[in-house]
Design a binder for this molecule. Structure first.
Ligand code: PLP
Length: 427
């Protein structure tokens, strides 16, 4: 290789000749298995989970498999990841007058679900891993806060122990929004099974997918019962399944909504679920290979911080650059090299997205943001300095389970080429 190869963005030969596989892990491994499973539901003419001429119980089967493999007694399939968060908060009784701590770096759905529950999100800062930092909880905590949502971003674990101790001390519930991180582990335990409730998404971008879909999981029979009711118009069917046969409906029922999972979704997820470990194994290997190749050639390259490397799913690699301008340039240059990369959420913490920043909702007077909290909720520049600094200078490389070792090498070569041309990580 020449000391500095001409970048493709400047007319040079790209590091790769063909585009990489698209970054939809679960969808790209769909095959006959998902086809057969969903056909069985169609052939049985029974796409609804609770009744029909010949219900296949695909959703129930999926819930049972998740619970069995992750050793958690209660799993409930729902219609989306957003629905999972809403059902989780409703199960916990979160509502008007409450605040919920949300990390500064997450997708809009996390604070959006809080607002849907008539509560208001307050934002805590992140650590070097870009995930919630327990040390910043004290800054936003007051006695109107009722829960903390942690969000392992793009397949990496959150430092849960100090967050759980803070939550226990202040009697706060912990929801793990593991939409992006199915299969992440922290100290050997699956994310989603550590807090009070885990919330999953099976939307197209996530590790395993049915296009749309979600789930919650919990160790608590009380939370499970409330979740089932909220997701199904306040009703609890299948009472015998988990030993709730004697529940007095008139006493226990409350108004719910419809966030049920369809049998077609369940059937596809049963097959996707079987594929997740193999996908994680490949992604972790390819990521490690890229990291090894990069550190060999670029002595001062920096990566996103890691809390527990053994628990990473390998679905993304975060490169930490000197500043936002270099990050944008490197992103553009990599695309020209036919290498996928992205700056997460436009390089902004979630509270800077207009609907959150301006506290606008579909309700009159922007309810619930207008609730007269004792300590008003305001979103300001510099509120979470670490998130503001890091998110705009982290460049993510998606790691697909379809990458070959050769693809991984070409990704590393492309990054090296761009870093050398822009004199990043070379000193
Ligand atoms: C995708 C996502 C959600 C929402 O999931 P949907 O299934 O699209 O509703 C929630 N939280 C995070 C962190 C996500 O990435």
């Amino acid at each position: 290789m020449n000391p500095i190869d001409t970048l493709a963005i400047n007319g040079g030969k790209p590091a790769r000749q063909r585009p990489l596989p698209p970054n939809y892990p679960g969808a790209t491994v769909m095959d006959e298995a998902e086809g057969k499973a969903s056909s069985a539901v169609v052939r049985a003419q029974s796409p609804f989970r609770y009744y029909g001429p010949d219900v296949q119980h695909a959703v129930r089967h999926f819930e049972n498999e998740m619970g069995r493999e992750w050793s958690i007694p209660y799993v409930l399939g729902v219609s989306s990841g957003t629905a999972a968060l809403i059902v989780a908060m409703k199960a916990l009784g979160i509502g008007i007058g409450d605040k919920v701590i949300v990390p500064a770096i997450t997708f809009l759905a996390t604070p959006g679900a809080v607002v849907c529950c008539n509560a208001v999100p307050v934002f805590a800062d992140v650590d070097d891993s870009l995930n919630l930092d327990a040390a910043s909880l004290e800054n936003v905590y007051d006695d109107e806060v009722k829960a903390i949502i942690v969000v392992p971003i793009l397949g990496t674990p959150v430092d849960m122990d100090p967050i759980m101790s803070f939550a226990r001390k202040h009697k706060l519930a912990v929801i793990e929004d593991i939409a992006q991180s199915c299969g992440v582990k922290y100290k050997g335990n699956y994310a989603g099974t550590i807090g009070d409730i885990g919330a999953f998404s099976f939307q197209m971008n996530k590790l395993i997918t049915s296009g749309e879909g979600g789930a919650i999981m919990t160790h608590s029979p009380e939370l499970y019962e409330r979740a089932v009711r909220y997701h199904d118009q306040g009703i609890m069917r299948e009472k015998e399944r988990f030993g709730f046969p004697d529940v007095d409906e008139a006493e226990r029922a409350f108004v719910g909504q419809n966030y049920r999972m369809s049998e077609l979704t369940g059937a596809i997820l049963v097959e996707q679920w079987k594929k997740r470990s193999q996908m994680i194994t490949v992604m972790r290997d390819r990521k490690q290979q890229i990291v090894d190749e990069l550190t060999r050639v670029l002595p001062s390259i920096r990566f996103r911080g890691v809390i527990d490397a053994a628990g990473d799913t390998g679905s993304s690699l975060g490169l930490l650059l000197p500043d936002a301008a270099h990050t944008q340039k490197a992103n553009d240059a990599l695309h020209a090299e036919q290498i996928e990369s992205f700056i997460l959420y436009g390089g902004q913490p979630v509270y800077k997205i207009p609907q959150i920043w301006r506290q606008r909702t579909a309700d009159k007077h922007n309810f619930p943001f207008n609730y007269p909290y004792r300590r008003a909720v305001r979103y300001e520049d510099g509120m979470c300095p670490k998130a503001e600094d890091l998110v705009c200078r982290t460049l993510f490389i998606p790691i697909s389970p379809l990458l070959t070792e050769e693809d991984a090498s070409q990704i590393a070569n492309g990054v090296v080429k761009v870093y050398k041309a822009y004199r990043i990580g070379t000193a």
